[in-house]
Every structure is written in C-alpha cells, then in structure tokens.
Design a protein around this ligand. Structure first.
Ligand code: ZN
Length: 631
C-alpha cells in the first residue's frame, strides 16, 4: 500500500532464490524490515549498514518473505532535485529500481511480478507489462510483470489522468497531470510513430507496453517500456519530437539490449545517431550536415585534457562527456555507415539486436555483428575511433593545375599530421562544366592525388559536407549569432522607414546585444571591419546587402517563414548578423525567442515560432582551394 500524500509505504516481498548458499541484498535507508521468513519460518537477518545477508541451508529453491515499511523521503526535504533518489510528494512518487526500494540482490538480473495499491484518486505504473488493474471505492490497484530477467522494478505514482491507445497489440499510455491532458493524444501519436519506425528498421519492440509519465522533477529519464519526463518540459515542442524519439529508441538500445558497462557505453551514441540525427536527416541534408558541424564545433571547443577515448565513456556526468559519448560516437556511426554502406550497416544492427535482445552486450559484440554484415574485418575502424582520444587533423599542401592532352590535370597534397588514421575522404572538384565528387581513402600523413578533367577546374573542396570526424582548424568555425551579439564593438543598423518597425528593431537590438547597442547608418559602415547587426524588412534587404557588397543571401532551408536571423562573413572578414522580418509585428514576435539561439548560424521563424535553425557548413577556409588562377 502506497499513500503518495504522506509518502507512507508498506511492502511485502517474496523472493524466490535458487542455486546459492546465501542471499545478500541492499535496502534503501528509509525502509525498515518488520519481518523476514525463510520458507515460512521466521528468521533474523544480519545487517551491515544497509547491506543484509540471509544464510540459506542449501542451494535448492527457497522463498524469503519480507514485510517492510517506511516513509519515502519527501521531495521538499531533499537538498537538490537530484533524480538519483526515491522521492515523494502529493504531485508524484518516484521509486527508481536502483535505489533498492525492495530488497535488491547483489547477484544478477531478476524477474518480477508486482501489485501496487493506492488511494482511488491516484494511479501507479511500474516497469513491466500491465497485466491487470482494478478501481474500487477505496482503492486503485495494478499489477505489472516482467518475464525476461532484467533490472529491478521502478515504480511511479501520482494524481495522474490516464489515456490509452492500443496500436498493433501494443498498449501505449500517458500518465499525465491534469493540466497536460490535452497533450496526451499528441504524445500517443508521436510515440506510436517512433515505435513503428524503429520496429521496421531494427526488430520488434521488445515489450508489451510503452508509457509516458509526467514527473514533478525536471528530468527526462528512460526506463524499460516507459519514459519519465518533467511536467514543465512536456509542453515544449522538442520534447515530443527529438527527446521522445530518443527515449523511445532506448527501449532497443540500453534496455532491450543492455549495456555491458565494463567495456564502455555504446548505447547513447547509437541512440543519438538513430533518433536525434535521423530526425535531422528527415528534414534534409542541410539539417543533417548542420548537426554534424555542431558536433565538430563542440569537439573543437573541448580542451585537450578533457578529451577521452569513446570506450572510456560510461554516462553523461558533464558536458565534456556528452561531447564524446553522444556526439563523437554518433559521428562514428555516421562514418561506419559510410565505410560499409547503408545496407550492411542496417544488417549489422539487426544482427546485433536479434542476438542480444534481453541480454547485455559489449563493444566487441557490436563489432562482430558489423563485421559479419560487412563480410570483412573492421578492427582497425573500431580501434582508431573508440580507443584513441583526439581526432585527425586535415590540411592541404602543395597543388598545381597543368594543361595535358586530355584537358587539365589537378594535383594536390592532403596532409594529416596525426598519423595512424584511416578514413574515407570526399573531395569536390568544381569545373567549368560541372562538379565531380570523388572519394579518397586516406591512410598516410601525406596523400597525393591527381584528377584529370576535360574542363577547366574552378575550385576544390575537401570534405565539403563535413563527413569526417576531425579537429577543426581555427579559421573553419562557421559564424554564429554570438560572434556578433557578444562583441562589444558591434554596430547596429536599422534599415526601415516604418516607425513601428524601427521601434521594434531598437527593442530587439537591446535584447540581443550583450552590451548596450550602438546605432549607426549603413553608409557610414560600408568599409568598416566592425561586426554588424543589420535589422531590415524583407523587401528592402537586397538593397542593403548590395551596399555592403554582400550580394548573395546564404542558402536558407526551404521553409515558409515570416522572419529570419542569419550570419555571414563580409568580404573584409567582418561578421554580420542579419535579422529580417516582413513587418513590425513579425519583428516584435522575435523579442523573446531570438536571444535563445546564440549558438546557431541561422534561425527561421513563422509567427514567432522557430521553424528551422542550424549552423552553416564549415567555412571554406583551410580545405577549400580556389583554382581559377592556378594554371
Ligand atoms: Zn539517452
């Protein structure tokens, strides 16, 4: 029996053990054992702090029965809002399995069946299949069962309103606080869609149920067959898209196949690649590349002493470990798909899944699955990307263009000072008669290549779409909003004759700029190298840009928008941030959201909502060669 309002809980637990001489377990410090029996005979347990030991007469099957009671720590009493520990409050109770709210054996995975009883205005949900539930005048009770051995049960309860959908035999539910009930259908639709998608690409969903549970805590946690998400976060759009997809996919990677942590955590990077990154790819190559570039930019910002090999990653403890364990690793999967081809990559994942579902798997198990799918050895690949910290660096050496009988011969040296990396490297060669894409295999510190083309070469771009995980050169980092807004010498220009637009633009400049904005006119700034914030109406923008000799707007994603902010570099090297809107009302609607996008190169808005954002492809800087004049 559980009473969420007071946190009072009474537990009776029967544990069936076999094949061992004693039963050692942990128990949460707020629980007291009231009685223990072994095969129906009362028993004393020896305790050492919160560890306990029951001696068994032999290794045959025995039943140990416990009764316990306690008061779950109230959330208000806890020092921090840490999600690590059990907590209770009138708006919800959280009992994670690893917190030993039932006796937790030190040895191995378990199967369980659990029945929860609560006051009738409360609902409880646990990991496992919902096998029955009843609502009476004085009680709600529900029973959950897990038949494949796994982790200890986690239990959630609160004043929830439950919405259910059955989809292809799966039971999907939301356990939401009252204010969120209008979002239930949106969440059920989205979860259903993601489950169908991952089933099709990996293999059948491994559980009978999937629940989305509203949490009083500001968390976003994945458990087998459910996700526990902060009630404040549930209304935010990213939660029901990217974050929900990520948590749903953890039912395959991390829960369905559990991580053998001794060898490193492969699950976060794979989930990031197949959920977060795949959603970006759905939007188009611009968004996918933008995500890869963001990962590279984050890695470039990581101090060398905080870098670590991928296999050292266990869980996200700080931002630095996320840069490696999520982002670098997701990028490694992108390169693996490129190395062995998409069909072999997908085949490898399905092999890995079907062999290890309901079990633990380590990196070497995954390597074997991909090697079988690709029909070749991949030890070099896994070694260099997982066991080494750091990343290759790339630069261009000597080059030449010569006239030859067949046309033009372009020669170039590609340098990588850090030795021992081997990777595929895309090269784009643009000529007067179109573009050619080549793929090189780089293995040495110096790679010499030559291309013969009938038409005159214009430029050459190595890794034009950022497909290789590498350490960026300083001159490559693409401009972002912060390059202008954080620079105290930046000047703001407002280009509009409409008084309302000008007033809105002044307010926006104050919100955006880190220091008090300084205003000037465009004509005074034509040859200035100061960073520039230009706020203009959409229809007079072209004229303004021409004055700055910035004739081309960058290539923005093809999406309907009524306002946008984007960065560019002027010919003299000065960065510019352009904010354009159709009218004063659209501009006004950017006041609140736009300052949140400082890390982006561009953001598009429709009616005050960001509809697309991203980082530019890397500056052409060091891996781009203009060949026009090199004959
Ligand atoms: Zn995750």
């Amino acid at each position: 029996m559980l009473t969420p309002a007071s946190g009072q809980i009474d537990i009776s637990d029967k544990v069936r053990v076999e094949g061992r001489e004693n039963y050692a377990f942990r128990l949460a410090p707020w629980l007291d054992i009231e009685s223990v029996s072994l095969d129906d005979h009362p028993l004393e347990v020896t305790s050492l702090g919160h560890k306990y030991l029951v001696a068994l007469p032999d290794s045959k099957q025995h039943v140990i029965a416990f009764t316990m009671r306690g008061r779950i720590p109230s959330r208000g009493d806890q020092q921090s809002s840490t999600a690590m520990h059990s907590s209770s409050g009138s708006d919800g109770v959280y009992l994670p399995g690893y917190d030993a709210w039932i006796p937790q054996a030190e040895a191995g995975p378990i199967r369980y069946r659990i029945t929860v009883k609560l006051p009738p205005d409360q609902r409880a949900v646990a990991t496992g299949k919902l096998v029955s539930e009843q609502l009476g005048d004085t009680l709600y009770q529900a029973t959950f069962e897990v038949t494949h051995p796994g982790e200890a049960p986690s239990l959630f309860a609160g004043p929830y309103q439950v919405k259910e959908r059955i989809s292809q035999g799966l039971r999907l539910r939301t356990y939401f606080h009252a204010e969120l009930i209008d979002l239930a259908d949106v969440y059920l639709d989205a979860a259903d869609g993601y489950i169908q998608r991952y089933q099709a690409s990996i293999g059948a969903y491994p559980y009978a149920d999937f629940h989305i549970i509203s949490a009083p805590l500001p968390v976003g946690l994945g458990f087998p067959n459910l996700t526990y998400v902060g009630r404040q976060v549930i209304p935010l759009p990213f939660m029901r898209t990217r974050s929900l997809a990520h948590e749903v996919l953890h039912n395959w990677w991390g829960n369905g196949v559990a991580v053998d942590y001794a060898g490193g955590n492969w699950a976060e990077g794979l989930t990031t690649y197949m959920a977060d990154y795949a959603l970006a790819r759905d939007k188009g190559e611009v968004a996918a590349r933008s995500m890869r570039v963001k990962w590279l930019r984050d890695f470039a910002a990581l101090p060398a002493q905080r870098d670590q090999p991928v296999i050292a990653f266990r869980s996200k403890q700080h931002q630095a470990s996320q840069v490696i364990g999520y982002n670098k690793l997701a990028f490694v999967f992108h390169m693996l798909a490129g190395e062995i081809g998409q069909p072999a990559f997908e085949d490898g994942l399905r092999r890995f899944w079907s062999k290890y579902v309901y079990q633990q798997a380590a990196w070497k198990d995954m390597q074997t699955a991909f090697e079988q799918a690709a029909g070749r050895d991949l030890d070099w690949f896994f070694r260099q990307w997982l066991q080494r910290s750091g990343a290759p660096r790339l630069s261009l050496g000597a080059y030449s263009v010569e006239l030859v009988e067949a046309g033009y011969r372009t020669r170039i040296e590609i340098l990588q000072p850090v030795s021992g990396y081997r990777f595929k490297l895309p090269v784009l060669l643009a000529t007067d008669e179109g573009n050619q894409r080549h793929e090189l295999t780089v293995t040495d510190t110096l790679t010499r290549v030559e291309f013969v083309t009938p038409a005159k070469p214009r430029y050459l771009h190595v890794d034009p779409d950022s497909d290789v995980f590498r350490r960026l050169q300083q001159d490559e980092t693409p401009p972002i909003l912060r390059d202008i807004t954080l620079n105290p010498s930046a000047i703001t220009v407002i280009a509009s004759a409409d008084a309302e637009f000008v007033a809105a633009a002044r307010n926006l400049a104050v919100r955006l700029m880190d220091v008090e904005p300084r205003f000037d006119t465009l004509s005074a700034l034509q040859d200035s190298a100061r960073p520039l914030l230009l706020i203009a109406t959409t229809d007079n923008l072209a004229g303004q840009l021409a004055q700055l000799r910035l004739e081309q707007s960058p290539e923005l994603p093809d999406m309907v928008h009524s306002a946008a902010a984007w960065t560019a570099g002027r010919a003299n090297g000065a960065p510019i941030l352009v904010v354009m809107a159709e009218n004063a009302i659209e501009l006004q609607s950017l006041l609140r959201p736009l300052p949140h996008y400082g890390g982006q190169s561009y953001v598009l808005f429709a009616a005050g909502q960001a509809v697309s954002r991203g980082i530019w492809p890397l500056d052409r800087g060091s891996l781009y060669l203009d060949l026009q004049d090199s004959l």
